[in-house]
Write a protein that binds this ligand. Sequence first.
Ligand code: ADE
Length: 350
Amino acid sequence: MTVDTAAELLAWYDVHRRTLPWRAPAGGGRADPYAVWLSEIMLQQTTVAAVGPYYRAFLARWPRVEALAAERDDALMSAWAGLGYYARARNLLACARMIVRDHDGCFPQDEDALRALPGIGAYTAAAISAIAFDRRAVVVDGNVERVISRLFALQTPLPAARSGIRRLADRLTPDTRPGDFAQAMMDLGSMICTPRRPACPLCPLRAACAAGPAGDAELYPMKAKKAAKPHRHGTAFWVEAAGHVLLVMRPPKGLLGGMRTLPTGPWSEDEPALSGAPIDAGWSLAGRVRHVFTHFSLDLTLACASLPQPVDIVGGTWWPIESIDAAGLPTVFAKAARLQIGDRAPMAGG
Ligand code: ADE
């Protein structure tokens, strides 16, 4: 593909681009770097549809980086609940504070300087640099990998193909409108060059594509066979007393670090039964939920007990069940809590 083909893509983008809440209006206006950064962090591993309401709520509550930087950790974690990958929320706050403390509240434009900030890797640095500052940067996400694999009918499977894809993406990226080019590639990947049943006849790049006209687009990108994810079992404990349920705070580092959850024992290959129960009680089992994390899947059994009144438990908080929504439970625990409370209390669909 040549720069002319990049021009074809930009012409298509000018007509067909998605209207997304974090985008500057077509044909003018510069995106706010804070808003671009916020959207890109949320969009890491999360779909555009899921991010929309969170993005709007965050910008309404914290319209500027200074406001976000001044927020309390637990308020931020609660607002993030349901988006998953909670390390992003911790890094979001650390990054906002660093921008205010070390950068006078202004995001740097340069990719290397952006990469030095918490939670910003190669992709996100390139995306912010291109989209917020219109600097030439090579932006490669999953959509771009798919588009390029098909354009060039790349035979090397992922992940080995990544370095070659990056070189090709570099060759394609124009000097003018690199931010629009990056977003045009994303839109092409999500609207036309989709993982399944791509709409090749509508594609602005079909003349240049090695796979589409041959009817082979779905074969790409080729993928190496994946090892199966390990599976684990755990038990979460729902103990209630006088309309309150016992919640604990997880340690700051590690999976779901810093999040408020139900008490839970070890997550292991075998069923841990009642090990790790917060108190001796007459536990009964209320059911089981399944959740898939990045590196393993989990069957979480919910064990329930009730006490006549709350007792002191080190590190525990008795939380009113009717406002369990405000506890910001991560998704797997929200699913488990649902087993017990059914429709007793409203809960955000996190
Ligand atoms: N995914 C990640 N960043 C995006 C963006 N800026 N527009 C659309 N999808 C995206």
